[in-house]
Design a protein around this ligand. Structure first.
Ligand SMILES: Cc1cc2nc3c(=O)[nH]c(=O)nc-3n(C[C@H](O)[C@H](O)[C@H](O)COP(=O)(O)O)c2cc1C
Length: 728
């Protein structure tokens, strides 16, 4: 991949004087010239079929198609830059022969919903060695929110003297300062920066307003990569180098996402796919020469699944397309792999995708022989490769199937990621309830894609930041399309958005939809700048509420058929016999920062003497479920005979998202967790979640007992009698 000659526009912006199919090369401006704010047309990648007007990823064809970034610049500035720094550590560990990881690990709890398992996170940057055994290429940089001086770490391991390539599989505003520092610190002249077109657009937008970034890009060769782009490491005469193949796998949240495949290592750098947010103590405990061998399913299965649920389930169609494009064949490179077992779900998935995505143009790629997956977050996937790839197929299939019986369209734009975080939390609540989400980033989605999502949705949500007292153009255009859409008028909806001071966008969206007669499923969610855990909890519960409403409507439709079935089931010995299993009636309460949760629980049982432990079955779509990851504390209030009715009445009321479940009731707080203790209970027990098991439509939560107190020595515990095993 040779850089091509570069000339300058009158404004001093560099443009490539030549290009080759599928990619272009540009060089950042030399001394004195400014990096372009917006790419000149000649520099843009030719549009793929999906990107052409009307294609899946086409930009909205509207009068003003300026990026959100550019629209924000038209307004008075004032947003404080997010400066949060989380304590983190860095270390170099070996990923594979000739490939090291410079891993930044952080055990602090980050606020976004995807970190709810509270296992911290790692960001992996990969260092690839060239023919002389020196570091030649770097894949990815971490976010500046971690208090690690990444460029200094690179320097300490000698990489800044030798790096010739920096490859970006995903760029965010928070990574740009780190990228700038890395480029400034690298010593090799003409270092090459490879990234996709959407990432380059972000880089350009930011460089136009940020002199430090623009300076760091001087002399850097920028290579725009797309499907089929290859990068050969190590120059001629230095032996056989590595060849890296780029496989773009965009999603609405990450339009610039690309995977990178190294044929020589059979290593797939999968970026956010196959990631996990986990950095438990000891995770980073590998050594330079001995990668840990025990990073398996039992240790990380839950983290992989949770990451998928939060980040990829709301983009199931794009995830399916990404899996097709990658078409990972783990067994070709590993003995004992089960090809048919692994590929079968993917084939089924491919069929489903073809059915559900009209106009998909990419098809299934040739199988990719993969020995290990090197993701952006969490462990290298080696032992669990076949299992994780197979499960990704299964999970995606399940989402697509759920989508076939109704989905919620989550439509949003976000310049700085705050509205995107709200969308993520709402989507998580929806998928938790078993309803599919169809996410559309309005900045990247085509008009036809928006119309298709509206035509098939069972509900929709619209999110927007306020920029310069308005919603961005893309949201305004989408709003017009929504108001004209016949199906959208029939289904429940709501709006959400982040703002800085005035927050007009949410009010405008709410007013226009309400004036047009749309029915709101929950109150609009407004959030000042970055959402707090309580706001994210509100979003998740709002999503849950909407999903439950949709499910109720679906159930009503199915009732006639279902009634016949339930008559048979009611009469069956199985259901009646199961109904004879009893539990004591309790109220489980939990607290997470300023968010509170509670539920009635009767599927409770002591489970161990040593340590004293119990299990509670928690339905997957309970709002409090997300407050019960491993390590979280909760309180179990055992209800007392004669005092249980008012408590039950209170908790069985319908609640609005994040509404106080105990408003008007006398409650106390447990000492350690701060969760609600009911003074009228017979006893309360404070527990810590030790393990969770998936059990059909419930999770079995096993918790060890920390403390407990009998509040009324004379009280009898309430036993919850029921007639049949098909309900509580
Ligand atoms: C240039 C600029 C203009 C803005 N204008 C407004 C405004 O008029 N009213 C307001 O409430 N917030 C305004 N904000 C604040 C944004 O709404 C706030 O940063 C919000 O969190 C962005 O959401 P997002 O991350 O989803 O893009 C502005 C921010 C910037 C950078």
């Amino acid at each position: 991949m040779q850089p091509v000659a570069v000339t300058s526009t009158p404004g001093g912006c560099p443009v490539a004087a030549g290009k080759r199919a599928g990619r272009q090369t540009a060089q950042a401006a030399g001394a004195g010239s400014k990096f372009c704010h917006t790419l000149p047309a000649s520099l843009r990648a030719p549009l793929s079929r999906a990107e052409r007007p009307g294609g899946r990823n086409s930009r909205l064809v509207v009068a003003n198609t300026a990026s959100l970034e550019a629209q924000a610049q038209q307004a008075p500035p004032g947003t404080p830059a997010p400066k949060t720094k989380y304590a983190a550590s860095a270390e170099v560990v070996m990923a594979a022969p000739g490939v090291d990881i410079l891993r930044v690990a952080c055990t602090a709890r980050l606020p976004e919903v995807e970190f709810n398992l509270r296992r911290g996170t790692t960001t992996n940057s990969y260092l690839l060695k060239g023919a002389g055994g020196v570091y030649e290429a770097l894949i990815d940089v971490p976010s500046r929110v971690f208090d690690v001086d990444f460029a200094a770490q690179l320097s300490a391991c000698g990489a800044t003297d030798t790096l010739r390539h920096v490859i970006i599989t995903r760029l965010t505003p928070e990574r740009l300062p780190v990228l700038a520092a890395v480029l400034r610190t690298c010593r090799q002249r003409g270092i090459q920066l490879s990234l996709t077109n959407p990432a380059l657009q972000l880089l350009n937008d930011r460089a136009a307003a940020d002199e430090t970034l623009a300076q760091a890009l001087k002399g850097v060769q920028i290579e725009v990569v797309g499907r089929g782009s290859e990068l050969r490491l190590s120059a001629k005469g230095q032996g056989k180098g590595r060849s890296l193949r780029f496989i773009p796998i965009p999603t609405p949240r990450w339009p610039d996402l690309t995977a990178v495949y190294s044929e020589e290592d059979k290593l797939l750098f999968s970026s956010n796919l196959f990631s996990a947010h986990a950095a438990p103590p000891g995770t980073a405990g590998g050594t330079r020469n001995a990668p840990r061998a025990d990073w398996g399913w039992s240790e990380y299965g839950e983290d992989w699944k949770y990451y998928f649920d939060c980040m990829l389930a709301p983009a199931a169609r794009q995830t399916a397309a990404a899996l097709d494009k990658l078409n990972i064949n783990a067994s070709q490179a590993r003995a004992g792999g089960t090809v048919s077992k692994m590929l079968a779900p993917l084939r089924r998935l491919a069929d489903l995708v073809t059915e559900l995505t009209m106009g998909a143009d990419d098809g299934v790629a040739e199988p990719l022989a993969v020995a290990a997956i090197a993701p952006m977050h969490g462990p290298i996937v080696r032992q669990s490769l076949t299992e994780l790839v197979g499960r990704y197929g299964d999970w995606t299939t399940a989402q697509l199937k759920a989508a076939a019986s109704g989905s919620v369209a989550v439509l949003y734009a976000s310049a700085y990621g705050n509205t995107a975080s709200l969308a993520q939390a709402i989507s998580h609540g929806i998928t938790k309830a078993g309803v599919a989400v169809d996410t559309l980033n309005l900045e990247a989605a085509g008009l036809d894609e928006l119309e298709r999502a509206l035509d098939r949705c069972s509900g929709f949500l619209l999110g927007s930041p306020t920029l310069g007292g308005h919603m961005p153009t893309q949201v305004q255009t989408a709003l017009g399309t929504i108001i004209r859409n016949a199906n959208a008028r029939q289904v429940p909806c709501s709006v959400f958005g982040s703002f800085g001071w005035s927050g007009e966008a949410v009010d405008m969206m709410e007013k226009r939809l309400k004036d047009a007669g749309f029915r709101f499923a929950f109150d609009p969610v407004r959030c000042k700048f970055k959402p707090t855990p309580a706001t994210l909890q509100l979003c998740e519960e709002s999503g849950l509420d909407l999903a439950q409403e949709i499910k109720r409507a679906q159930k009503r439709k199915e009732r006639m058929a279902a009634e016949k079935l339930s008559v048979a089931e009611t009469g069956s010995g199985r259901a009646l016999a199961l109904g004879r299993v009893l539990g004591s009636l309790c109220v489980l309460t939990a607290k997470d920062g300023d968010a509170q949760g509670a539920m009635l629980a009767s599927w409770v049982s002591q489970a161990s003497f040593d340590p004293p432990g119990l299990t509670v079955a928690v339905k997957r779509d309970r709002a409090v479920e997300s407050m019960l990851p491993v390590g979280a504390q909760f309180v179990l209030n055992v209800l007392a005979e004669g005092k249980d009715r008012p408590i039950m009445k209170q908790l069985l009321k319908p609640f609005k998202p994040a509404e106080d479940r105990f408003a008007g009731m006398q409650v106390q707080e447990a000492e350690s967790s701060g969760a609600v203790v009911l003074p009228d209970a017979a006893a309360y027990i404070e527990c810590t979640v030790s393990q969770r098991m998936e059990a059909g439509d419930h999770y079995i939560v096993y918790a060890t007992v920390d403390t407990g107190k009998v509040l009324d020595n004379d009280a009898q515990s309430v036993v919850h009698y029921r007639k049949i095993g098909t309900s509580y």
